[in-house]
Each structure stands twice: as structure tokens, then as C-alpha cells.
Design a protein around this ligand. Sequence first.
Ligand code: ADP
Ligand code: MG
Length: 685
Amino acid sequence: MIDLTASVNSIRGIGEKKAQAFAKLGVFSLYDLLSYFPARYEDRTQFCPIASAPIGEGVCIRALVADMPRLVRVRRGMELVKFRAVDESGSVDITFFNQNYVKDYLSRGDCVCLYGKLEQNGNRRSMVNPAYEKEDRPRGVTGCILPVYRMNASLNQRTIRDAVRQGLDECADQLPDYLPEELRARNRLCQARYAYENIHFPPDFEALAIARRRLVFEELFVLACALGTMRAERTRESGLRMERKDLSAFYAALPFTPTGAQRRAIEEAAADMTGGFVMNRLVQGDVGSGKTLVAAALCWLCRENGFVSAFMAPTEILAEQHYATLSSLLAPFGMRVGRLTGSMSAKEKREAKAALAAGYYDLVIGTHALFSEDVAYTRLGLIVTDEQHRFGVRQRSALIGKGEKPHVLVMSATPIPRTLALMIYGDLDVSIIDELPPGRRKVDTFAVDESYRQRLYGFVRKLAGEGRQIFVVCPKVEDDEEQEENKLKSAEEHAKTLATVFPELRVACVHGRMKAKDKDAAMAAFVRGETDILVATTVIEVGVDVPNAALMIIENAERFGLSQLHQLRGRVGRGRHKSWCILISDNTSEDVRARLSIMEKTNDGFRIAEEDLRLRGPGDFFGSRQHGLPEMHVADLGADTQVLKTAQEEAKALLAADPQLQLPEHEALRERIGMLFQNNTDSFN
Ligand code: ADP
Ligand code: MG
């Protein structure tokens, strides 16, 4: 008997060379092989009569070989086997290229099953290089749902299929079931054996769905358990224990009343900080939901305990803005707030560093300059990072290294459903601010096409006349050689155009290819109200506050994802002025119209994120972001949300009952989690 842990070369027909090809696909053991699930399936279940089978798509036919297959030499090195096949409805010419053995395998009178694309020329129907099998000697290529695997040049579908078939025949009984029996029954999931058999070779689509559901559940459940145990590890790791302080003293001195959601997030984080464990918490809330206040409350708590907080922003401008906001929020409490950014003079930096080292500041705000090597902290107790996806995990840990296990609070403005956040942010605990401060007016949003441009410019003139400022976002930095019909607006060109359209207004441009210093200067001038129209690329996506900006125009809106459009829209409506967002696109495709109309209908970031995920799938959604999750084999984080939710609830319940998975019935699961960590040593953040 072959063992599941045996190498793939213990399969008949798999030698050293093919084993190496499998290794490139991440398949080493038989268990890997059985877990190498098909990338897709071909529906070959229906047989059609030759005469009425559809042209141009894959079909199965069952026919008689009507004449002796013959070899035709077209030219040197190119040979064909040809024959005619017939059924009761008609006939078809079959041609095989460079597969001479077909001639010896099939003879006149054989009944064959074929799968291929039918072509039609006049009244003659033909098929080239079909998959074939004799009816009395089936090879599993017709009349079935055929699994199609990802492969590489040294392996073909047949090799993989045959290997999997053999692997299943030999070892299906040994497949471990990680799911505790009771849980499996409760969620009406099939057994592992059934799942593996039917994910590879389903007799029908229902069996495939049953198999897939079980495997998706298992994958998400194992991951949720893994993340849960990581979180538990961390909570066991002792950290600075702070004392509880009466937050009402803090709330009372604020210029406004915190929302319920803000209080909840603050309470959750404060419980972490006073619980004796290291906090590692993500706060996510829509743009404008008031995350800064949450951070401020915790910095206050930290100071009350005699510790220093460091607040890290992704850009100079944001650091400056946070510095201004937090200073004015916290000064009434006598807190000393400092800053440390790259653009400060050498002397200023030296002084700031000295103050930090001496423990003078209660809170320091800055960019990545905060964690340069020559910065030392005294009694660092809390690190806050804003818009964390801009920071690498390594940068965050550099800062963590500067204290004695300081608490960490990460703030993100990309609202995603909690179930997903728990996955994507790995071992972080998650607080969600799902409520906006009262009186927020929604940004009225309109999706329009080019025919509105003149009216729009009239509107720009009117708003600017009232003293408001305007953002214009373009998808590109500069013009390049492109065909006229799919020309995208470039920030540089468009800024020039607008300068001529509005000679009376001050137009500036900012984009990612500018030097950081020039970029910051252009942004800062806009913040100070020295320019009326700022033409930009998505560099302005993150966090900047220009309360006087009341109009956001987005050119070629079809080029942006929903979440991105929402972030951009969040740049306006931050002051007391009524604000608008205009999405310009001439694209008439249904997808694009659907996306833009979601923007018109809702201002709710969570809803938008869900739609985005549904429309684009998780790959695109998370795009460039490093989320550090292990690769999913069957689960689709965008589509399998319901299963994800159940799997997480089950994982939570299981860990509550057996936190370290020590019960004998959880042993297989514990080992499986161990494997997950082994294969992804550095991917979890
Ligand atoms: P974000 O979550 O996008 O970082 P901010 O923290 O910048 O949001 O807050 C957005 C605006 O809302 C700020 O001007 C802030 O002063 C204001 N704000 C925050 N919390 C409240 C509240 N509870 N009531 C009224 N205004 C608030
Ligand atoms: Mg913010």
C-alpha cells in the first residue's frame, strides 16, 4: 500500500522527471497531488447527434468509424490521420494531426466517442484533434465532467488526471478528516473521501457542488483556526499592563460627542491595553468616520499611564495634518505633542530626537522618519499607524522594536466586511467604526458622459466663484502615444487644458512622478487655499483633509475600482459645505454603468466594498496590497462569503472550547494548522 506522504513518483508512470515537473506545481507528496484541485471543468456530459450539434463549441458525439483511418502525408514532418464517422443523423470528417497511432488504434466499425469543436464547411462537418475513446474501452474523456488542471510544459492533462485517479484509488481511505465529526454533521458537509473523489471526478454537477462546499469550508475553517490560535498566542504574550482610566474625563473635554461606534472601538482597544497583553488591533472605518479621535483617546490613556505614543502617517502632509488635529485635541489635557518628519531641518530633527530620548513628549507624530535607526524612545507604550497598507510589515516591526512590546493600533480606511478583515489582516483583532458623526451630508454623486462637460465647467466656475476648491482626478500622469479612440485623460495635459478653460482660476497639478518635495508643496498650497483647482492622479487618495474642497471630478471614471472611487470621493464633503462628486465616463458597457450607478446610490463604504468584491473578485480588489494570506486552493473570498462566515463562527466556537486543540478529536486539525504555518513561514503578518 502506498502512503499519502509518499512522493508522487510512487505512482505508476511518474518518474524522476515528471516528479520534478509536479514539484514546480507545488506537488510533492500524494497528499499534495490529491489536493491539487482542478482549475476548471469541461462539461462533456451531453452527447449530441452529429447533424444537430452546435458549431464552434465543444461537443460530445457518439459515432461509428465509417471507413478505414488512413495516413495522409501533407509534407515532410506533417502527417494526418483521417476518417469519416457517422451516426443516425449524419456524418463528420475527423482529422488528427501528428497522432499516427490513432490509425492503428481505431478501425472501421469501431464505435467511438469523440469530444471536440465541430466546424462546418458547406454541408460538410468536420472535427480536428478530438479527444477520443472507444465506447467499450472508455478512458474517461467523454460523457463526463472533465477536470482541467493548471499544468506546465512538462506535464499534460492526461498525466495529471491519470496520476490523480491512481492516487485516489490507492489512498482515498487514508485521507484525513480534519473536521470534527459533529461539526461536519451539523453543517451538512460530506466526508473527506467523497469530497476528494468528486472534486476531481464528479459524475454530475450536484456532486461537484457538494464536494466543493465541503472543501471550501475546510480550507476557510482551517485558516480561521490557524489565525485564531495565532491571536490566542499573542494574547498570552504579556505586554505593558496599563491601568484603566475614566474616559469620560476625556470625552467631556472634546468639542463634540463621540459616536457610539467610536466609543466601542476605544473601549475595545482600551480593554486590550489594560488587560496585560500586547494589543494588535485594526480599526477600520469609512472615510470621515472619525478614526483620529479613537487614536487620540488611546494616546491620552497611554499618557495617563506615563507612557509615550508614536503616531505614524504615510505622507508628510498627513503627518502635518494629524499633528495639527491631535495637538488641538490633546493640548487641553496638557499633553506635549511633537513631530518628526523627513522635511524638517537637520537642527529641528536633532532637537525632536533629543526630546524623545529624554521622554519629553507624550505623543510624537511623524512619517517613517519615526523609526530611523537613530531615533530612541523612552517608555514607548503605543504605536498608531494610519492607513497601514502604505507601510510594510517590516517598517511596523522596526518601530515595535523600539519599545518594550508596545501596543499597536492600525487604522485603515478601506472598509471591508468583518469576516474578510479577520482573514486578510491575519492575527490582528478588528474593531469596526460603522457609523458616521451626525449631520454628515452625503456627497451627491452623478455619473455623466462627455456631453455634460460644458455644463460641468459652468458649475466649476460657479463654485469657484463662491470660494470653493475643486479636485480633478485623472487616470494617468502624462500623455503618451495612444489611439485617439481610447485616449485617457492625463493629469499633466488636462491641467494645461483647464488652465486655458479657466484663465481666471489658479490650476495646479500633482502626481506620483513628481519629487516628493514638489508633490508635498503642491498639496500644501492647495490645503492653504492658494490654488482653486488641483488636477491629480490617485496620489490624493489617502486621508488629506481640505474642508473647503466641495467638488470632486473624476475623469475616465471607468478606470477606477469602486473602493478607489469611494476613497477619492471621500476627499470632499469634509467641511461644512455641500459637496458633489462627478464621475465622467463615455464607457457604455453594462459593467461600468452598474459600478458607477452604485456610486450614485450609496455613500456607505462597507456596501461599496462588498459590491466591489463581488464585481471584481478578491484578486483585483486586494490588488497590489500584500495581505500575506496563504494561497487559497478552492475558496473564493469574494464569492464564498456565507461559508466564510460559518467557518469562522465554527472556528471560534471550537477554539473557545479547546483553545490549544489538545483534545484527541482535534489532533488532525492541529497537525494541519502546523503544516499551514510551515509552508507559509513569512507570509502571515
Ligand atoms: P477619518 O476616519 O477619515 O480619519 P477623521 O478622524 O479625519 O476621519 O474625522 C473626520 C472629521 O470628523 C474630522 O473633522 C473630525 O473632527 C470630525 N469628527 C470626528 N468625530 C466626530 C464626532 N463624534 N462628532 C462630530 N465630528 C466628528
Ligand atoms: Mg484619517
